[in-house]
Ligand binder design. Sequence first.
Ligand code: 26Q
Length: 835
Amino acid sequence: MVSKTKASTKKPAVKSNKQSITVADISQRIEHHLQFTMGEQSSANQKPAYWRATSLALNDIIVEKLQSTKARQNQNEAKSVNYLSLEYLMGRLLSNNLHNLGLYTNTEKALQKMGFELADLCEEGADLALGNGGLGRLAACFLDSLATLDYNAMGYGVHYQHGLFKQSFVDGHQIETPDMWREFGSPWEVCRLESSQTIPLYGHVEEIAQADGTTASVWHAGKMLKGVPWDVPIVGYNSQTVNALRLWECRADSAFDWDLFNNGDYLNAHQQQVAAETVSKVLYPNDEHDAGKELRFVQQYFFCACSVQDIIARFENQYGLISESKNWPTFCEKVAIQLNDTHPTIAILELMRTLIDNHNIDWDNAWGICQKVFAYTNHTLLPEALEKWSVALFERVLPRHLTILYRINEAFLNNDVEALWPNNDDMRRRLSLIEEGHERKVRMAHLCVVTSHKVNGVAQIHSDLVKQDLFPEFDQLWPTKLTNVTNGITPRRWLKACNPLLAELLDKTIDGDWAKDLNSLSELAKFADDATFQKKFMAIKHQNKIALTKEIKTLTGVTVSPDAIFDVQIKRLHEYKRQHLNLLHIIALYRRLLANPELDMQPRVFIFGAKAAPGYELAKEIIYATNKIAEKINNDVRIQDKLKVVFLPNYRVSLAEKIIPAADVSEQISTAGKEASGTGNMKLALNGAVTIGTLDGANIEIAEEVGDDNIFIFGLTVDEVKALDAQGYNSAEYYENNAEIRACLDWLDTDYFTPGNPGELSAVKRCFLEGGDPYKVLADFQTYANAHQALDSAYKNQQQWAKMAILNTALMGKFNSDRSIEDYVQNIWNLTPSV
Ligand code: 26Q
């Protein structure tokens, strides 16, 4: 260990445990970066500069721990899981990294001496928003848990230049602008040039006859891309481990460039560079919808190829050449690859291709390896989200991969399908990896299921439906393959860091470290009836509501009272999530209040946060309608502030961290059978919000944990939705038979909410009637309104409400993402911790 020198800006060495990093050490490290990395005067009174210097200082500590983790994992020959995901919604990293390292308090003290509040600095810096919604945030929570539990894990992703677009509202309309998270560089990432990859694509395949009568396929690629990895360290909470998230940036292959350049074609060389960079330029903002664009396909392939090559390189570094047959079993023992939905499916074909073409492994062995290492998580049942890529596109971009796909399909149909359903053309057609028809398409999910040794859904009901409705034949073929792992969330970000007041109360009340063992929160249940504890718990909620009130004022200009019920719906905008059911109910409440201003109703603030995919017209109409209706309601003095509606712009992880601690009510109102799991539901309940929700996704398991008295369940069940569909759902009946529904919908045709412009909100009405109301909003309206009435009455009894809120926090133990990870480890990955 290097002893501390007198020069205050000399960088001290990292010591092995966190206690040894003193306030003075931290100050010194921050000063060092201000002076030498950033060239700032240490007196510069600038928050962004201190945020950067603090982050850089912390990252030095983290990178050393990353290196020692790697050394230990190698020493232990620990099996690793490689999590392949096109999306990671990391949010901001400073606060979480400090909490996870146990350095928050000392850093707070160090900064106080320099005149800064750490909590303020933690608000600096852009979110790492390399994802759309739940799937991307789940990946981020899983990385946190993997490092916390000391597992050897690598996250692989894409280093998008622009993450999810920034949303603003202009006259109520959603406007998208590019996300610029790296405009001034990120202090958290390290470029690993030495691990760059060269990726072939396009071109043609040459079949060459071999002496032994077989043919070898040689792929003459038409183009090369370069993959440059950037590592973002993932810090475990109170653990020994820092893992890495490796994000691939696409550049032109310089050899190609120089060739053109030397021939004097500078512009063309530059053109190549620009074309290559587009591959990792931007995250596709569609969720639950297959974009079907060539660039997205190339993006997926680029990502898969870089990751697979890197996985093999890392293996070979440690264990020797994979071409040696003695190493094949080792590869299967030491490597697991998890596919986060079908987006990284091409990794299967790429591993097959590289084992066969580059490492000289025969077909059967290559296939055996793939079957052992891959597992696939399904996140959706929506047909429009199931990925299918045209065979023609495959043939053009990845001709060699397509021949491999054909051969996998042939073996699957002729062996597996034939064995169970002999001479059954219908079954062959249904299960084939290729969908026949006008345009032939590759069914990515089928390739995942056929290859993987395990396929999991993300909540019990979802996994049941995956078996029953999505892949029933696959379940018959391989009865143990389909399984469930219920999602979870990291309590470090979603309670400890985002709700410090509640975290402090829990620290004082619970024995042991609840942030690691979330089940220990159940100890709170015994205080649920305790008036003193209720007061403390609700006082914290009130404080958090005051803080959100200020944020709402800043973001929207609307004044809301912290004494009102804060009713929150935060998630991507999608018809199946039914923000328009919430909106329809708000319109109904407004009508009731106008009809009777003395209506006995607790004041309520409805809070929305949601981005709509830029091409999703109806979703944008729903945002516009909500904003227009909010404007009218918020300015109507007749209703005496009993109702307010705010749509907070640019919903993202860092905004969620402010909304969730302040929520009283959590809206989880998807049509039954459509939301695979939901994870916002878990975050809100953990922070003491009471759910109003349907029997869908993880809501069902949340209801099981908290009990029927502590949740408001309404609406059709999955079976009832199916029955209604079978009988023929007619939304017009609800319009005709329910006067309130009719009045609310007709109101949308007038210019009441859009003075001078009648019909501006009619699209929302039309989706219910002409559109056929595919998500059964009208069918669920009445039970939803009734549930809200029950909720309103429950809130009137403040003690009763406090008890419900406390029990929600107390009984969320199951939804710790550490538990999800242990489920994956036990049933799918078979890892052991590396300590
Ligand atoms: C696919 C092809 C082309 C372009 C984009 C896409 C695409 C991108 C993102 C398709 C789907 C997504 C995201 C899906 C998603 O977020 N699913 C959610 O996953 C959560 C974690 O399991 C669940 O809790 C949610 O229920 C589920 O909706």
